[in-house]
Design a protein around this ligand. Structure first.
Ligand code: NAD
Length: 473
């Protein structure tokens, strides 16, 4: 078997050969990825069910169709994305060709997490292929069945000279990171992201970090409580709360909380029946270790469990759980929950809710719920987060036109749709000069003259527009 070093060397040699550059090669690989998904949907769904008891409905929507959608958008638009972007010129460069050219970065490393184990490897891979890179893929070792199926199918459908899957956990990933890559795309926890950044620093490798954190849901003012509860319950308990963008906690007034609780209970019964453990639409916690962490968090919390609270270690089941009277200092507020536990924290005013959010790390997603657009806009303007979706949860990340990524501690960089292509491209600023307009060009040469400086400034600087803004580019 080839060593990691040999795989990397082989892929790097391929990249240098230029084989990934032509548009038709990239389109062929993207098409092959589409065929992989079409021909193996059943096996993929089985693997996802093995790993997370993922219901088919959730797996199709959040893993397969999201990737298929991204693939189709990329295949349909790649021809136009790879065209150079021409920029505005000044008088001194009037006769030159001034453009931005998107070029591949080289050999990139994509490291995925276990909660959407297919999507988190294949969605960035689409961007890497589209931009003309070679890639090493490192799926999460925790979602074993999906890791296995990826390692079998990728070499079967994609060029083995350009793309390789490396299996293994922390040790194998650390070994991989001792090699030089031209970009590292990492999805996972903030803790591991620190060691990824350290490893990347050795080679000054650029990184994209898709991390997590605590996504707040701020419910304020008048709204349809029943509809809000349904959307909140769906987005929180989808994939059993194991989503980086799942609402982590709710901030609302006591009046809203009192109306919300029965509506949440109704929605839960409607979605998963009175016995969610029996529901085929409710998945499981990924491993016993993760189950232990969640149950320990629950036991450490000083909050009052009002819905759920039960768990069964053997089947890795945790009931959809809601707690009230949760204080800022509670164990549940110390880390990302990443499971089916929803604490509700009461606030007295919108100001208090906004301050609560702003005193913490910038979240990956923020969910203001209100009928009043002024309230939603106030939250939008006075906070920062990777993404924002009002009156719903998760849905914003399904739209490929929107860049998906964090800010501050929730990550750096973004992807999906065209943004993935941009992430894996270098934007090379090019100026192809001829020999024209030398009368202006020669004004820059010494011996410097005050008069020439005046002409040059006139010919090369942007004037402030009459309406007060600056015209750029
Ligand atoms: P994980 O344990 O699967 O780890 C992620 C990857 O890092 C795996 O491939 C793993 O092998 C590797 N890894 C683990 N330890 C390592 C180490 N010490 N050195 C190098 N590599 C190592 O997943 P996780 O970290 O538990 O993922 C959950 C986190 O990911 C949550 O915080 C969640 O919010 C976040 N997440 C973010 C997104 C996003 O798109 N922003 C998506 C999914 C998950």
């Amino acid at each position: 078997m080839e060593s990691q070093k040999q795989v990397i060397e082989r892929l790097r040699t391929t990249f240098r050969s230029g084989v990934t550059l032509p548009l038709h090669f990239r389109l062929k690989q993207l098409q092959a990825l589409l065929t992989l998904l079409e021909e193996n949907e059943t096996q993929i769904l089985e693997a996802l069910h093995k790993d997370l008891a993922k219901p088919k409905f959730e797996a199709v929507l959040s893993e397969i169709d999201m990737v298929v959608n991204d693939l189709c958008i990329t295949i349909n638009n790649l021809h136009s994305w790879i065209q150079p972007t021409y920029v505005n010129k000044n008088l001194a460069t009037k006769l030159d060709d001034c453009f931005i050219r998107r070029e591949p970065l080289g050999l990139v490393l994509i490291i995925g997490a276990w909660n959407y184990p297919l999507q988190l490897i294949l969605a960035p891979l689409i961007g890497a292929i589209a931009a003309g890179n070679c890639a090493v893929l490192k799926p999460s070792e925790i979602s074993k069945a999906t890791e296995k199926i990826l390692s079998e199918l990728i070499p079967k459908y994609l060029s083995q000279e350009c793309f390789a899957v490396v299996c293994g956990g922390a040790e194998e990933t650390k070994l991989l990171l001792q090699n030089r890559f031209d970009h590292i795309f990492y999805t996972g926890s903030q803790a591991v992201a620190r060691s990824i950044l350290q490893a990347a620093a050795v080679f000054l490798t650029p990184v994209t970090l898709e991390l997590g954190g605590k996504c707040p849901c701020l419910i304020f003012g008048r709204l349809d409580i029943k509809a809000a509860a349904k959307r909140l319950v769906w987005s929180k308990f989808f994939n059993v709360g194991q989503s980086c963008v799942a609402p982590d906690y709710v901030l609302c007034t006591t009046e809203i909380r009192d109306a919300l609780l029965p509506a949440i209970a109704d929605a839960l019964t409607e979605f998963y029946s009175a016995q969610p453990q029996q529901s085929p639409d409710y998945g499981r916690i990924i491993t016993h270790r993760h189950w232990d962490r969640l149950m320990e968090l629950l036991h450490k919390s000083a909050g009052r469990v009002v819905i759920g609270g039960e768990g069964d270690r053997e089947s890795k089941y945790i009931a959809p759980t809601v707690l009230v009277d949760v204080q800022e200092s509670d164990a549940l507020m110390e880390e990302e929950i990443f499971g089916p536990i929803l604490p509700i924290i009461t606030i007295k005013s919108l100001e208090e809710g906004i301050n609560f959010i702003n005193q913490r790390e910038k979240p990956l997603a923020l969910y203001p719920f209100s009928d009043d657009s002024q309230i939603v806009n106030t939250v939008l303007e006075r906070t920062s987060s990777g993404g924002l979706c009002s009156n719903d949860g998760i849905v914003h990340m399904t739209l490929p036109g929107l860049p998906f990524g964090g800010v501050g501690a929730s990550g750096m960089g973004s992807y999906h749709g065209r943004w993935s292509f941009e992430t894996f491209s270098h934007r090379r600023g090019c100026m192809l000069r001829g020999w024209g307009l030398e009368r202006i060009g020669m004004l820059r040469y010494p011996p410097y003259k005050e008069r020439n400086l005046g002409w040059l400034r006139w010919a090369t600087t942007t004037k402030k527009s009459s309406w007060g803004g600056c015209s750029v580019m």
